[in-house]
Ligand binder design. Structure first.
Ligand code: UGA
Length: 435
């Protein structure tokens, strides 16, 4: 099967490489010449474990290629995936669909023969209808179907999520498109991955509802963590005890500094806008958005409290600035709220992140980035763990403490225990575990 993937961002590149690995012939198209050149010469513009090898193998075996030329890629394709960005529109929180619609128009101009146009980008309910209208208007004679096929990839685990998903969701009423989509994902059905065939609007909503539910789960446990601190309970044990109920499930119940990333903040906000416009507001999700925003700011106060109520003139060492481990992505990272708040309170920040430094330097000012955790801690008045990179899980705590000015450890991801930190001589603060 021949696939054109429009957009070589995170979703497009991972999906394109994985479809190629399923045996399809995939051409990834991007307008950005430097990105295409980089990909052609074997470089990968994003940080995603395993993606370089996957791309390299499929390029070598002739199933994956990159181009700026949309025409050729689309004309010969059986399926054209639109995987361009849908960022939050500045100011109002709606998803910006201009890239999706522009891609739809360009695809319409050149498609040839029956073509299935698939929206992979996260798009609000009704976007598929508009894509269909644009194509029909541009090419009244075209033979095509517009399908919604949302992605459920986590950064840092995207290849595994693509190849071993909990489910695939396909939204279309077109029988030919359904058959083609089944063929595209065939290797997954051999593994008995459930496929949810549904109407297009329903499929579009499934994506937002899934992300909103996960964001709500995280926010729920974060509020329970705050309560634990007030009543002397342990949030990790609460999460375990609650999550063992199959109806609830233990995943996404890790308390922390609030969710970030390119998806949850943007998608929860866009969903609340869709719901308000439809006259059916989602008050729960509106509250989740508010609580999560406030939480990121509150984490700076937690650090200040751990430092005795004042950080003026103090040096604070920060471990991890990306929104989660195994990515260099800084979008909506809690560190972007916490660090400036600490600076505003008078602290000097020194930081280390295994992959995020280049991105972080664009977004944070007056932060000294160093090359390792032990350097980072030297002479500091407090050490704050914001992102739970694996390499922070087994630090030599006595060694860290010995080089610091004051023995304050604030662990916003609960990767240590009170005993471990206490035995190393630290005054330890974590999330939702008061003792
Ligand atoms: C998320 C979803 O998990 C994917 O299924 C979805 O496809 C993707 O968004 C998307 O819409 O494209 P991602 O943003 O890569 O994936 O990362 P997650 O692993 O979901 O983490 C999101 C945020 O929640 C991070 O800041 C993470 O630290 C936080 N989180 C996650 C918690 O604070 N606690 C948890 O228990 C889990």
């Amino acid at each position: 099967m021949r696939v054109a993937m429009i957009g070589t961002g995170y979703v497009g590149l991972v999906s394109g490489a994985c479809f190629a690995d399923f045996g399809h012939e995939v051409v990834c198209v991007d307008k950005d010449a430097s990105k295409v050149e980089m990909l052609k010469s074997g470089g990968i513009p994003i940080y995603e474990p395993g993606l370089d090898l996957l791309v390299e193998r499929n390029v070598r075996e002739g199933r994956l290629s990159f181009t700026q030329d949309l025409t050729d890629a689309v004309r010969t394709a059986d399926a054209v995936f639109i995987a361009v960005g849908t960022p939050s529109r500045r100011g109002d929180g709606y998803a910006d669909l201009s890239y999706v619609y522009a891609a739809a128009k360009e695809v319409a101009e050149v498609m040839d023969g029956y073509t299935v146009v698939v929206t992979k980008s996260t798009v609000p309910v009704g976007t598929g209808d508009e894509v269909e209208r644009i194509i029909r208007e541009t090419r009244p004679d075209a033979d095509f179907a517009v399908v919604s096929n949302p992605e459920f990839l986590r950064e840092g685990a995207a290849i595994d999520d693509f190849k071993r998903p909990d489910r695939v969701v396909v939204g279309t009423n077109d029988d030919r498109a359904r058959t083609l989509m089944r063929e595209l994902y065939r290797p997954l059905f051999l593994n008995e991955t459930p496929i949810v065939f549904t109407a297009r609007r329903t499929s579009e909503l499934i994506k937002y509802a899934a992300n909103a539910f996960l964001a709500m789960k995280i926010t729920f446990i974060n509020e329970i963590a705050d309560l634990c601190e007030h009543v002397g309970a342990n949030v990790q044990e609460v999460a375990k005890g609650v999550g063992l109920d199959n109806r609830i499930g233990g995943k996404f119940l890790h308390a922390g500094p609030g969710y970030g990333g390119s998806c949850f903040p943007k998608d929860t906000l866009a969903l609340t806008r869709t719901a308000q416009d439809a006259g059916s507001p989602l008050r729960l999700i509106e509250t989740v958005v508010e609580v999560n925003d406030a939480r990121k700011r509150a984490m700076a106060d937690k650090v200040i409290a751990a430092c005795g109520g004042d950080v003026k003139g103090k040096t604070i060492a920060v471990l991890g600035v990306t929104f989660k481990p195994n990515t260099d992505d800084m979008r909506e990272a809690p560190s972007l709220e916490i660090i400036p708040a600490l600076q505003k309170a008078g602290a000097t920040i020194r930081a280390f992140d295994p992959a995020g430094t280049v991105e972080a330097e664009k977004l944070l000012s007056n932060v000294e980035f160093v090359s390792g955790p032990y350097f980072c801690a030297e002479g500091a008045d407090a050490l704050v763990i914001i992102t739970e990179w694996n390499e922070f899980r087994a630090l030599d705590l006595p060694r860290l403490k010995a080089t610091m000015k004051a023995p304050v450890l604030v662990d916003l991801r609960n990767i240590y225990t009170h005993d471990q930190a206490g035995n190393a001589g630290f005054e330890y603060t974590s999330v939702g575990r008061p003792h």
